[in-house]
Each structure stands twice: as structure tokens, then as C-alpha cells.
Unconditional design. Structure first.
Length: 410
């Protein structure tokens, strides 16, 4: 065949596949739900849920067995923290446990009877704090507040002991502490949960919504072929194999450009989330991830036998992909098996690279490892997508042959 004719035929086939796939997307309400509504609504829903960023004024029960001025000062200083709200004083632990069981309090502070005596004798006094563990955010907030309270009160107590010896305290006047402590939280300046998790979640949303939409298109095509003797009128089977794969991929890629800008740029601006990186860097970074996801969706198309298959096969993986991304558990602490599985998921590297760029102002060059991994996955899944598409074409031809056999015999 003349190479120019083949190239012309290839591009015509690519254009036909692109146009047909775009027509399928806009005329299928289910695909619109996954390709449009999901990437538009999910970032808003997730961010609004965690929009308060941190938990404040958590109710706490107090069991004061000391009943001294020093124990009351401890409770008063704890109540001054923006995290802790003293809900009630309890006579014993059983009463405090009942309040926690009724969800009226989420923490219990127990002050021992020898609290003031031990401090007066220069000994260590132990105050017990019990936290309800249904939400780790509360436990984290309690730990931060109590640590600050402990440091502040320990400094005051040491200052009083020095003064009682007739010496001048190092805390008087403008004298600095022996070791100054200052916290600077890089990236997540608010120390909030939304600022921590949403930049990674929006990348996962792009992957999952695209896979769901591609899976529904593939499942619907399989159903039409079964009804029409192996023929799907919405799929141009005359296009070359590679043109079919690339035509679909370019359709998905172009369709997701607007939603990528929305998820990665506009959502962080709307909710004032960390947004320090260069837009050019993270848009260039996300290009191979979108291509890899588009090829991955076509790779798994053969297992989408019905229109509803994506609900079972892809939605169930959302939590798994969240863990494998390293957002909730560091990847270096995973077993080699799960670490290797995570390497094969485009969103794993997409989350890692985007968080570095968006939150910590890293450049594209400083993200060479995840960037190269994404291009490698795109290349691998492009090959597997062609294998899957070739398999589906052979399956369609067999279905057409079986459907045509009875008519030939008659």
C-alpha cells in the first residue's frame, strides 16, 4: 500500500473514532455522569466536608481528684486552648465513661489526688488523658493541645522553683529560653485535613472518573454487539488498530483538559488550599497521567461485559487506590507486593508529583522520577490497550460469524 494513502487512511480513521467517541459521550447520560458531574461535584463535596480544616472546642470531661488551686489552674489553662472545651466535672471514671459512651464528650482528663503535692515536692506528677479514637483528627488535636499545655506549665513551674531558691529566673525580662522552639509547617500552613488530603484526592478523582466513563462506554458497546450480531454502529471498526486506540485516547484527553484545570487549579483557589507551584509545571506533569489512564481504561475494556460492570470493578478499587497513593499511609512502609502494585497505578505517581509541585513548590525537573514513571506507564498501557482492542475486534468478528451462519444455511 502507498504509505501516503495509509497515513491518510490512518488519520481519517483517527478522526472518525474521535468524533464517534465524542458523540457517544455527549449522548449517554451515564457517561456524562462519570465524565462531567463526578469530576465537577466530587472535589466540592470532599472539600466542603473537611472545610473547617481542624477540629475545635472538643468537649472533655474532667475528674479532679486533687481539688487544689494547682489542679484548677491546669483545667483553666486546658480550657483556654482552642481545642479543648470543658464539658463537665465528674465524680469518678464511671460517670466520665458514661458521658463518652453517650457521645457527649470525646476526652477524659483525670487529675490524681497527689498532683499538687508531687509538684510542691519537686517530683513528677502524672495527669491521665483518655481520648475517644473514632476520629484520628480529634486524637491529633488533643495531642497537640496537651503538648503545648505541658510545655507552658512546665516552664511556669520551673520558673517558680527557681524564684523560691532566691535566684533570678531566666524567663524574666527579655532573656530568651535556653532552647527556642518555633514550628513552621511547610506546605500545609493551616495544619488542616483538607489542605493535606484534597490535593491528592483531586488527582484520584480524575483517574477514577475517567476509568468509570471508559468502562461504561466499553460495557455498553459489548451489549450492543451482542444484540446486533457483533456489530456496534457507534464504533467505526474500519479504522486501523492504532488509530482506534489513539483516537479514543485523544478524545478522552481533550475532554478532560477543562476538568483538569478545574480540579488542579480552580478548586484549590476557591477553598484557599495550598497552591504554591507553577501551573505550567503541574499541567505538563499531569499530561502523561491522563494518557496513561486513558490507555489503562482501554486495557481493561475486555472485562467490561455489561454497562454496569464499572460499578463493581472500578468503584470498589477507589479505597485501594487511595491507600496505594501514599496519602493515608507512606509508600515506603508498604510491603514490596503492595508497593509494586502501587507503581502500576498512574494516580499513585500523579498524586506524589502533584502534591510536591502544588504544596511544596517543586519544579517539573525535581519530579523526574514520578514524571518518567508516568510516561513509562503510558507507553506500557498503550501497548496493552492495542492488545485488548485487537482481542475485542476478534471477538466481534466471531460473534458476526456466528450470527451470519444460520442465515447462510437457510
Amino acid at each position: 500500500m502507498n504509505p501516503f494513502r495509509y497515513i491518510s487512511r490512518w488519520f481519517r480513521g483517527l478522526a472518525d473514532v474521535f468524533a464517534n467517541e465524542l458523540h457517544t459521550i455527549f449522548h449517554d447520560p451515564g457517561v456524562i455522569l462519570f465524565f462531567v458531574v463526578l469530576p465537577l461535584a466530587y472535589p466540592l463535596v470532599y472539600t466542603l466536608i473537611y472545610n473547617k480544616e481542624v477540629v475545635r472546642e472538643i468537649p472533655v470531661a474532667v475528674i479532679d481528684n486533687s481539688r487544689t488551686a494547682m489542679s484548677r489552674e491546669l483545667v483553666r489553662n486546658a480550657s483556654a486552648s482552642p481545642t479543648i472545651q470543658i464539658y463537665d466535672y465528674c465524680a469518678n471514671m464511671a460517670e466520665a465513661k458514661r458521658l463518652m459512651a453517650e457521645r457527649k464528650v470525646y476526652g477524659i482528663m483525670e487529675i490524681p489526688s497527689d498532683y499538687a503535692r508531687n509538684i510542691g515536692n519537686g517530683e513528677t506528677s502524672h495527669v491521665m488523658f483518655y481520648s475517644e479514637m473514632s476520629l484520628l483528627l480529634r486524637y491529633r488535636a488533643f495531642m497537640a493541645a496537651l503538648t503545648d499545655l505541658q510545655i507552658e506549665m512546665a516552664s511556669d513551674i520551673n520558673d517558680g522553683r527557681i524564684r523560691s531558691l532566691g535566684a533570678e529566673s531566666y524567663l524574666t525580662g527579655d532573656s530568651p529560653l535556653p532552647i527556642a522552639s518555633e514550628s513552621n509547617f511547610l506546605g500545609d500552613t493551616e495544619q488542616g485535613f483538607a489542605s493535606f488530603v484534597i490535593p491528592g484526592i483531586v488527582v484520584l478523582i480524575l483517574q477514577q472518573s475517567m476509568l468509570l466513563g471508559i468502562g461504561m462506554i466499553a460495557g455498553t458497546s459489548r451489549e450492543r454487539r451482542r444484540r446486533n450480531g457483533g456489530i456496534d454502529p457507534h464504533q467505526p471498526d474500519h479504522a486501523p488498530l492504532s488509530a482506534t486506540v489513539w483516537g479514543k485516547t485523544l478524545c478522552y484527553f481533550v475532554f478532560y483538559i477543562a476538568f483538569t484545570i478545574y480540579n488542579l487549579h480552580i478548586v484549590p483557589m476557591i477553598f484557599n488550599l495550598p497552591h504554591f507551584g507553577s501551573p505550567a509545571d503541574y499541567f505538563l506533569f499531569i499530561v502523561p497521567m491522563l494518557l496513561a489512564v486513558a490507555f489503562l481504561g482501554q486495557t481493561i475494556a475486555p472485562i467490561m461485559r455489561e454497562r454496569e460492570s464499572p460499578f463493581v470493578l472500578i468503584v470498589a478499587t477507589s479505597v485501594v487506590f487511595l491507600f496505594l497513593s501514599g496519602l493515608t499511609w507512606p509508600r515506603y512502609a508498604m510491603s514490596p507486593l503492595w508497593h509494586s502494585i502501587g507503581n502500576c497505578i498512574p494516580a499513585t505517581w500523579g498524586v506524589e508529583g502533584f502534591v510536591r509541585i502544588n504544596t511544596n513548590s517543586a519544579t517539573l525537573g525535581e519530579n523526574s522520577t514520578p514524571y518518567l514513571w508516568l510516561w513509562g506507564l503510558a507507553a506500557v498501557y498503550m501497548c496493552t490497550a492495542m492488545v485488548s482492542t485487537a482481542y475485542l475486534r476478534r471477538l466481534a468478528r466471531r460473534q458476526a460469524a456466528v450470527a451470519a451462519a444460520p442465515s447462510e444455511e437457510s
